[in-house]
Design a protein around this ligand. Sequence first.
Ligand code: ATP
Length: 256
Amino acid sequence: MSLLSIESLEVRHGLLRAVREVSFTVDEGEVVAMVGANGAGKSTLMRAVAGAHRPADGRIRLDGVDVTARRAHDRVAAGIALVPEGRRLFADLTVEENLLVASRVKRSGPWDLAAVLAAFPLLDGLLKRRAGNLSGGEQQAVAIGRALMTNPRLLLLDEVSLGLAPIVVDTLYQSLGTILSGGTTVLLVEQDLGRALGVSRRVLCMLEGRVVLDESADAVTREQVVDAYFGLSRAKGGGAANPATAVPEESEREPA
Ligand code: ATP
């Protein structure tokens, strides 16, 4: 059975349908990457799965149990942990306090303070530092560590590399490699397609609120993902844009 099952999910911001009739599943132990342009609905979807945004319609199931109506903290207790875009740490608390706050709703499992420090060597010696004084990469490591401290069954990572220098992202992804190889089920939003395909077994692409591509990372080509990202039906011989950096232009779209 799938660990996460999303059925016909509809999530709105006022009248805006940010997520439209989205359905997909994530199996236990699977790492699934989600890509898509700015505003495609990725963060809204992640927040809805975590319980931070109530869907207008549809169902979210964790291991077969309908959690759609559950509050965010109940979902953490059930095993869903979100590392939100922008990290959202308690800036005035220390690193240790940020990590320990999460363990108040801790499920039993392998993740504790020592395990987080082992996975993120860049946090070595920083436990007593205020989170607000850390670098972006260190803060992101704390944010991921905080989510791990709850011993999630499903880890949701929303753009962990956003705004960080490539060398810092490399370090974070090294740590993530350890976490992913440990069998944690992960749904991650990543704008860098190379990194997304590098760590995941499957890739989903969102466009204007819908999932327009859901393929195995081994089988899908970069061009297919780029086409889905831009909503294009590629002309033969067309050069592939880099979805990590490019912004879709109206002129690149096919006529409706
Ligand atoms: P990004 O990569 O820029 O974060 P995204 O794919 O995560 O993009 P969302 O942030 O989910 O997309 O946004 C989906 C749509 O919902 C966009 O049109 C966005 O402007 C809108 N939106 C997001 N948050 C809000 C909000 N709090 N209030 C109103 N509209 C919102």
